[in-house]
Design a protein around this ligand. Sequence first.
Ligand SMILES: [Zn+2]
Length: 339
Amino acid sequence: MTKEPLPRRSFLRLAGTLAVSGSLGPTLRGAKAQMSKVERLKAALRGERVDRVPFTCWHHFGLEKKPGENHAEATIAFYRKCDPDLLKVMSDFPYPPPEGLEKLSQPEDWQRIEPLKNPFPEQIKALRLIAKELKGQALFVETIFHSWNVAEKLSSKKDLVQLKENDPKLFKKVLRAISESQANHVRLALDAGAAGVFLAVSAADEFVTDAQDYLKMGRESDLMILDAVRDKELNILHVHGKKPHWDTLVTYPVQVINYSVHGTGLGLTGARTKFTGTLMGGLNEEKIATQSTDELARDIQAAVAAMQKRRFILSPGCSVPNDISPEVLLGLRELARKG
Ligand SMILES: [Zn+2]
């Protein structure tokens, strides 16, 4: 099987085949009448039958130095191209460091972290524009990188570990302050129309810290963010990493868990034994950009078969490469529509 990215010719061939099978329509195949994106997603969350498995996909746009309008425009263009059932809005605007500081390293720098009312104003602007464009045709969730990760970006992984070891009290105070800001942001995001959050947790992983340490040092700051969305029915926990602390993470109050099947080596049926909510994943984020159509179709079929179309959202296990070709996205869109 070729490992080359979906060439234009084979994509056109694929699109042609699908156009024929698609014309039969789900009703004639004996399934339920075609659902809207919102109906399909809500049915998946409730564990009900779906006409086909909902899917989504995302990547970064690298527009964090530009105004929110540019981010909204890129997001909507991506939405139109990929046509997902759920739009996961990327959020790359940096958390503002205390005035006059570029990177935090000294204890006195960290002391200056205070909760902010609106830490990502350009992102809120973008969310409002996105909501206006979507007109309720699809639900969208706001991406939140957990506060541990935000603190790493404000300094460095190494400096943050040092802070945790040298002054655990200050470390926890910093994460709490950032989480308070993030909870404020989440409330503004919901107000702008987001259906919930996509909380990316990267430090609850054996390669970053052990489970006991995470329980003591990180969990509280994650739960502060989730508490701000406790009334919403579409909160997704993104489990980032190859050896995640499953026992901790499955207790988080979310309806959906997204993780990397291929990165963790844990299959969907294995994940189902750990978490009874909706699972989201199945696609190989590291290979998708260069997979052949057959390989991608096999991944989709395996995931859909494993989940029996119940409580499942087809997606990559993490962000796909930013330079993924439009042909691959279109191919994914067509194949996912058969799921
Ligand atoms: Zn990830």
